[in-house]
Design a protein around this ligand. Structure first.
Ligand SMILES: Cc1cc2nc3c(=O)[nH]c(=O)nc-3n(C[C@H](O)[C@H](O)[C@H](O)COP(=O)(O)OP(=O)(O)OC[C@H]3O[C@@H](n4cnc5c(N)ncnc54)[C@H](O)[C@@H]3O)c2cc1C
Length: 286
């Protein structure tokens, strides 16, 4: 099915894009990679009169180190998460998540900012952002603000971005000594959206976990922080006993709905299996 007719403009700056959006009284949409917005329009879920392309806006591009953070421009493509050396070392969960996102054609066009702004609860990058404690920089017509990933994702397809605002960049804190990461998902076929997925970041100093950050996806309406599982690991060595404790605690962290395909209890079971697997195979990054 083809999308309804729309006008197209290529914005040259963030302010330019926001002014065009404001001029349409909300009857506009931003275009990043187009791999979520175009299918939505083809299905008539959206029918904006104006599409504002963000591809020419320099402020939304680039990957650089800034004051203890890695700044990743919102228009950075999925494929760059797999190939950029700064992302590999300073935002390693994005690099680990990218190969699980769809297929090469989608990864060549899809953007990190588009994925986070779209906030599909089955998406890999939002959970990676939560686990890395990233902050999302949002531009409005009055200035910019940074929102922690935990607060950015509000509900299914709903974020802290207000109508007309633009996600400018993703900031990831630099890794610290003893930091390890792990990422995995269970999907019916490689490239499909996950039935359950897990992103983990752990700091272990002298065999004791001093910081644990776990986010799951496809288990609720947004990336889900596993508060109980995190608490079960803090202050302990990473071994079979602590991993079992985290798996047990996970039951209280999750409250998935029943799915026509399989029941909520099965999703919790798969999340436990996956968390155990990821914790047993963490990789050092710093
Ligand atoms: C066949 C197929 C399979 C897929 N499989 C997966 C998968 O397994 N996992 C996965 O995570 N994704 C998957 N996707 C989605 C893909 O990753 C999308 O590209 C991504 O979700 C959205 O990124 P985009 O750059 O294409 O955004 P777009 O589609 O251009 O935009 C998505 C939404 O975000 C808004 N937006 C975009 N950028 C900004 C910004 N900077 N500021 C404010 N709003 C913005 C747009 O207005 C739109 O509402 C799949 C897509 C397809 C077509």
């Amino acid at each position: 099915m083809k999308s309804p007719a729309f006008e197209y403009m290529r914005a040259e700056s963030v302010l330019d894009a926001m002014a065009a959006y404001a001029g349409m009284d909300g009857d506009a949409v931003y275009l990043a990679g187009g791999h979520s917005v175009m299918p939505a329009m083809a299905l008539r879920l959206q029918a904006p009169s104006l599409m504002i392309d963000l591809a020419n806006i320099e402020a939304l591009t680039g990957v650089s180190l800034q004051d203890g953070w890695l700044r990743i421009g919102a228009m950075t493509r999925h494929v760059q998460a797999m190939t950029n050396p700064l992302i590999a070392t300073h935002a390693p969960l994005f690099a680990a998540a990218a190969p699980f996102v769809a297929h090469p054609a989608i990864r060549n066009r899809g953007t990190l900012g588009g994925s986070l702004a779209h906030a599909d609860p089955a998406s890999e990058f939002p959970a990676a952002a939560v686990a890395m404690r990233a902050e999302l920089e949002i531009a409005s017509q009055t200035g910019t603000r940074r929102v922690p990933a935990d607060a950015f994702f509000r509900d299914i397809y709903e974020t802290a971005i207000e109508p007309g605002e633009i996600l400018q960049a993703i900031y990831v804190p630099n890794p610290v000594a003893g930091q390890m990461i792990g990422f995995d998902e269970i999907a019916r076929r490689r490239g499909d959206y996950a039935m359950v997925g897990v992103a983990v970041q752990v700091v272990s100093v002298e065999n004791t976990m001093t910081d644990v950050s776990i986010a799951l996806f496809s288990v609720g309406n947004k990336p889900t922080r596993a508060v109980g599982a995190q608490a079960a690991l803090i202050g302990r060595a990473l071994d079979g006993a602590s991993i079992s404790a985290a798996q047990a605690a996970l039951g209280d962290d999750l409250d998935p709905s029943d799915d026509p395909q399989f029941p909520a209890s099965m999703r919790v079971h798969l999340a436990r299996v996956l968390l155990g697997r990821v914790l047993a195979n963490l990789k050092a990054v710093a």
